[in-house]
Design a protein around this ligand. Sequence first.
Ligand code: PMP
Length: 288
Amino acid sequence: MKIYMNGELVPEQDAKVSVFDHGLLYGDGVFEGIRAYNGRVFELESHVDRLYDSAKAIALEIPMSRADMVAAVVETCRANGLREGYVRLLVTRGVGTLGLNPYLCETAQVIIIAADIQLYPAELYEQGLKIITAGTTRNLPEAVNPRIKSLNYLNNILAKIEAINAGCMEAVMLNSQGAVAEATGDNIFVVRGNNLLTPPVSEGALDGITRKVVMQLAAEEGMNVIEQRLSRYDLYTADEVFLTGSAAEVIGVVDIDRRQIGDGAPGAITRRLVDVYRKHANSNGTAI
Ligand code: PMP
């Protein structure tokens, strides 16, 4: 495997980071997880835009243009013969001192890994996920805004630990007011009648790119797409619940905190959106 590091494609065993990189020392950096389908990188420009927005929010200057970043992702896929898979794009603050001061770091490091993706097992798309709500509150937007896709995922990891300890693969995270924010690595949607409901990102969620695409596709399917505050009550009493993310795509949720959702199997609208999303993702994107 060839890894893109600061303008060069290097063999995997040579793709190394310094122990003084603030990405390692402090989680100081930003990243993206992107999918490639059928020889195309899906929503590449949206991911690159979000990367630069995350970087801007943490005062991290990415030492290359957006256009060059798009080209570098495509080049890395090509160098690895990747037509289907997962691209991890990260920018670390770079090598600095043992102190926090990011201004003492040399230039930011850009790393691109084009690899496979470990999806949920195929049968889970048929059966649906069982999830819990986590006790760990989602980061406050006033502190580290969840819109920043930073290299510090401890908040999500703490909730993920709760999920795994409860025998589940995902957890819903609530904000400090107890409203639904998102899952640890996915956005969340509720279906009620012909309405598709999802919390606004201001509730403490990443502005998910799959979320955006699903909202567009659902509107084209004739649904009313509404961003509104949701409580756990709204989840428990929903007709259907599903999660969205670049890795997970669209996946139904059938049980939350031991409340069965709908009839206990992914509902008709979820199944329709799983199909429509896959079709869309397989036929759109930046050519590799
Ligand atoms: N929320 C969080 C916390 C995530 O890590 C992700 C995955 N990157 C998502 C939501 C879904 O975002 P996207 O659809 O852009 O992959």
